[in-house]
Design a protein around this ligand. Structure first.
Ligand SMILES: Cc1cc2nc3c(=O)[nH]c(=O)nc-3n(C[C@H](O)[C@H](O)[C@H](O)COP(=O)(O)OP(=O)(O)OC[C@H]3O[C@@H](n4cnc5c(N)ncnc54)[C@H](O)[C@@H]3O)c2cc1C
Length: 306
């Protein structure tokens, strides 16, 4: 049986990525989690999401780019996405990864690239969420975010924290002082016990504590999870503390717990769906398989059906 860490390890194997990308049947199986290969397909998916009462966030799939030219192409893609949001009138913001903009090559390059996207989003009154990647870049991501936030508004750029990291409560307190809009998630990468809780119950316990801190802060945050226990804890805490439904939003991934997405939207909560699209779907897809081994059977079943 493939374990979570084995799947996350495989998500980083470049050779497999190329193999899988050429294998068109494998690609077809990704459609549950990935909205398409180009902007038009993602826009069509977001129209449907909007029609179900949910907002969205574009994610152009690519991470750890290998050259400044590739990072430049990512900036252009996001500028195009922001223009498309305005032209089509869909309800969506954008999510970016700093390694996609060259963080691994040169932090200054990543800063300049991210800045261009945030500047354009701000001009259009839209919002850029800086995703959080693995712990090797946590500090660099926070540092770069703070530089952006010093220049742009609370409602123009936000960040993500992961409850599996020991450092996250301190990071959240620090970021709230700025203040900053934060997305709280559990964390999707393979992390050693030196930096992250190895046990799910501790990740969940920290999630609830950080959620309570965020909701009490008076700033608008995103509670990103498909876990009914985390959702119930959030709803209960908000009700107990008299925090309005409009004071925060829930967030979920494209293709996961659509029933729960619709239920929360019907109950009057803000619900944002994260919509990944693009040709570089391999690592994202493998992380989704790692989160829930049953997904492997879903994929294999479809594979065998042809
Ligand atoms: C909007 C959004 C943005 C995110 N951004 C980031 C980020 O920037 N950085 C980062 O590290 N992580 C990010 N993540 C991923 C996150 O860290 C988790 O890996 C992921 O959400 C699974 O955790 P969970 O809270 O759903 O709880 P889990 O305990 O993993 O899952 C709870 C239940 O949710 C359902 N579920 C969860 N995952 C899946 C799946 N893949 N397929 C089918 N069902 C599933 C299952 O029913 C499962 O029992 C994001 C998640 C969301 C929703």
């Amino acid at each position: 049986m493939l374990t979570r860490s084995a799947l996350i390890y495989l998500s980083r194997r470049e050779g497999l990525k190329d193999f899988a990308a050429r294998f068109s049947l494998f690609k077809k199986l990704t459609t549950r989690f990935i909205a398409g290969e180009n902007i038009d397909e993602a826009v069509a998916a977001i129209r449907e999401i909007n029609a179900r009462g949910c907002s969205a966030s574009f994610d152009h799939l690519n991470e750890s780019v290998g050259s400044a030219a590739e990072a430049e192409a990512e900036v252009r893609e996001y500028l195009d996405v922001l223009a498309q949001i305005d032209q089509t009138g869909i309800n969506s913001n954008v999510s970016i990864k700093l390694t996609q903009f060259g963080l691994g090559l040169d932090p200054e390059l990543a800063y300049r690239n991210a800045r261009r996207v945030v500047e354009d989003a701000a001009r259009r009154r839209n919002f850029v969420r800086v995703d959080m990647e693995d712990s090797a870049v946590t500090q660099a991501t926070i540092d770069l975010f703070k530089r952006l936030r010093a220049e742009f508004g609370l409602n123009e750029v936000g960040i993500v924290v992961q409850s599996y990291l020991y450092r996250t409560m301190d990071d959240a307190r620090d970021l709230l002082k700025i203040p900053a809009r934060i997305r709280l998630c559990k964390g999707a990468y393979n992390e050693p016990a030196e930096v992250a809780y190895p046990d799910k119950k501790d990740v969940d316990g920290n999630y609830v504590r950080v959620m309570q801190l965020l909701l009490s802060s008076g700033t608008y945050h995103g509670i990103a999870t498909h876990d009914p226990k985390m959702i119930d804890a959030t709803v209960d805490f908000a009700q107990r503390e008299g925090i309005a439904k409009e004071a925060f939003e829930f967030q979920m991934l494209y293709g996961i717990r659509r029933d729960l997405q619709e239920q929360l939207a019907r109950d009057g909560y803000g619900m944002r769906v994260y919509v990944p699209y693009g040709k570089h779907w391999y690592p994202y897809f493998m992380r989704r398989l790692a989160e829930r081994p049953a997904n492997i059977w879903f994929v294999l079943k479809n594979f065998l059906k042809g």
